[in-house]
Design a protein around this ligand. Sequence first.
Ligand code: S3P
Length: 448
Amino acid sequence: MSGHGTPIPMTSHRADALTGVAEVPGDKSISHRSLILGAMAVGETKISGLLEGEDVLDTAKAMQAFGAEVLNHGGGNWSVFGVGVGGFAEPDNVIDCGNSGTGVRLIMGTMATSPITVTFTGDASLNKRPMARVTDPLALFGAQAVGRSGGRLPMTIVGAADPVPVRYVVPVPSAQVKSAVLLAGLNAPGQTVVIEQEATRDHTERMLEGFGAEISTEETDEGRVITLAGRPELKPQVIAVPRDPSSAAFPVCAALITPGSDVLVPGIGLNPTRAGLFTTLREMGADLTYENERIEGGEPVADLRAKYSPDMKGIEVPPERAASMIDEYPVLSVVASFATGETMMAGVKELRVKESDRIDAMARGLRANGVAVREGEDWWAVTGLGPDGVPGGGTCESFLDHRIAMSFMVMGMAAQKPVSVDDGGPIATSFPIFEPLMTALGAKFTHE
Ligand code: S3P
């Protein structure tokens, strides 16, 4: 989908205690990868718990355009009948990835080593985001890209007819770039090697192994060295998508700042490459416990219990933790506003190239609600005003960014005056049931 149509203004009013069970939707990263790898396997991949947000639905449509059969059986149950590695057909039309950086970057990787030409576009947010970080390594395989100035969408990629394998050191901590290179490597002969200096989410590696690819990861002085053998036959899988820790962040953080709250968020993946927010909150003094810890589908999973935590303190978030909580800084900055003392978030340059410039978007909205923020190119710091000290009363721009909109809705639950966003429409990209789920816990949202 391009754009989100008419803006949907939303206001969040001070809530009473939040209570109950918050069953958040499936993991966005794993949902995209389930559809893409399913499309590259031969036969039927069965997926349950798929996130049916706009971002993932756009990826499902794209996989159909490349020739895979994608069936929605209802209730989060989907089937993908894949065409095999190297089996992608040239789509008849432009591939529109809507708001999704993950969707477009992973799909570019997937088609770059096939002899097809594909034009990609997205919404106003996606069309501003940098794509050279993906097209540079794809060029090493032999693919050619022509886009707008600054390497931006719309962009056409001519896939390599005779791809060669590559060895690539990822220059920015990005799971999307790493994944694009690995997915391209699937249809290159020989071994493709990707090296990352900072560990980012490893869903692609884990899932490729599950689908039967030959892939190994070695920790070396150079970083994590990931080696993939090209041209495997991927075997279809049965995938139960775990619930998304990045979505769990919203009910968890809302409960921590709203007086009297006690919320259970069950079945959340605690893969160390994703769970940095929860570690950080606990270091701040949050009453956040892991119950029923278990292993599901090879991943550590727990039920999270979050209770109102009026004694949280600002901390310095270690920069080396950034990749494991990169999508959670916006809502962390809201929690930091209700803590005592300053929370310093450094090593977070990547926040400037997400669905919005998230440091700028949050700083503007926090200031509009009476919270002081200091910022530099790759860091920002929020001065906490204590559990009942956030004035609120501001209207924030969401900049077509779901996580900015949801973060300010969380802030309104505990601020003295209501907090508004100009457009809550983008929430549907990742968390389509955000409003009913939060309302059932006790949130008070209006549309004005
Ligand atoms: C994602 C990787 C991260 C993250 C995004 C999902 C993924 O982006 O912000 O929401 O599924 O690989 P980067 O790779 O750009 O850090």
